[in-house]
Design a protein around this ligand. Structure first.
Ligand SMILES: O=C(O)c1ccccc1NCC(=O)[C@H](O)[C@H](O)COP(=O)(O)O
Length: 268
């Protein structure tokens, strides 16, 4: 496992232990049961990719690789801008120490629009999955590099039991093979190497050939231009997770619209 993922895992497990002590699982489950129904994250993305592009637009204030990305950070306004610009889904960072995220950003962003939302965080414990639903999430992330096969399966089953979808994330062929043992149709290929932070679209170019036809590729990280999206579409990726390049724009709605403007004809 990479250094940054090890660091994150260490503080995350301590944080989850504190959260469990502060709020018993029964209380979190009661909140999750009272949450509004899920909005069909995977279905929305798969449908959008049939017509053109599916975009998971990320609400990301800062990151370990780039530090502060956006000063003027209002999750509700950003969610509205993404929806106006044609995004399919939201991704909201809830991790505080590395991304300056917060749980409240997820609920606020999702409630400001009608888009399904991913709780973008580092998941190790089914307590966090119930928390995600209690925060109104429609999907969780499972990073294959930071969990065992058993953990991944437990997290996925918990998400399914709460009616949520799962975005699996892989960065190499071995992780992809492990992810294929799981049920989720959403196969995220992260172009960012979390050990070195080197980001190259060659990761998608290489791994896309190994993704089974019944999975939807989500091309993640390092995407900036319509030409890059068109290039990735040639490798079978018509669904994207994009944060930084949109977060750096003054007019987020216009930037989103421009990025999605010209998908290749034909759909998936
Ligand atoms: O973004 C980082 O620096 C990072 C570091 C360590 C673990 C995860 C990290 N990013 C999470 C992501 O998956 C990205 O936020 C997401 O794919 C969007 O990427 P980008 O468009 O490059 O902001």
């Amino acid at each position: 496992m990479s250094d940054i993922l090890e660091k994150i895992k260490t503080y995350k497990l301590e944080d989850v232990a504190k959260r469990k002590a502060a709020k018993p699982i029964a209380n979190v489950e009661a909140e999750a049961n009272a949450a509004p129904p899920t909005r069909g994250f995977a279905e929305s993305l798969i449908d959008a990719a049939r017509e053109g592009y599916g975009l998971i637009a990320e609400i990301k204030k800062a990151s370990p690789s780039k530090g502060l990305i956006r000063e003027d950070f209002q999750p509700e306004k950003l969610a509205e801008a993404y929806a106006e610009g044609g995004a399919t889904c939201l991704s909201v960072l809830t991790d505080g120490p590395s991304f300056q995220g917060d749980d409240s950003y997820l609920t606020a962003a999702r409630n400001a629009c009608t888009l399904p939302a991913l709780r973008k965080d580092f998941m190790y414990d089914t307590y966090q999955v119930a928390e995600a639903r209690a925060l109104h999430a429609d999907c969780i992330l499972i990073i294959m590099a930071s969990v065992s096969d058993t953990q991944a399966q437990e997290l996925e089953e918990a998400a399914i039991a709460w009616g949520m979808d799962v975005l699996l994330e892989v960065h190499d062929a071995a992780e992809l093979e492990r992810a294929c043992l799981l049920k989720s149709p959403l196969m995220g290929i992260n172009n960012r190497n979390l050990k070195t932070f080197e980001t190259t679209l060659d990761t998608t170019r290489t791994l896309s050939k190994l993704v089974p036809a019944d999975r939807t590729i989500v091309c993640e990280s390092g995407l900036n231009t319509p030409d890059e999206l068109a290039d990735m579409a040639r490798y079978g990726a018509r669904t994207f997770l994009i944060g930084e390049s949109l977060m750096r724009k003054d007019d987020v709605a216009a930037a989103t619209r421009t990025l999605l403007a010209n998908p290749p004809q034909g759909g998936m």
